[in-house]
Design a protein. Structure first.
Length: 33
C-alpha cells in the first residue's frame, strides 16, 4: 500500500512538471525565431 501512495505522489508532481516543461520548451522555440 505504501508504494501506491508513493506512485500517486510522484504523478501529482510529474503531471504539472511535464506541462510546465512543454510550455517552457515551446516558449524557447518561439523566442529563438
Amino acid at each position: 500500500m505504501q508504494q501506491f501512495f508513493y506512485l500517486v505522489h510522484m504523478l501529482r508532481w510529474a503531471v504539472p512538471a511535464m506541462f510546465i516543461l512543454s510550455w517552457y520548451h515551446s516558449r524557447l522555440q518561439h523566442n529563438s525565431k
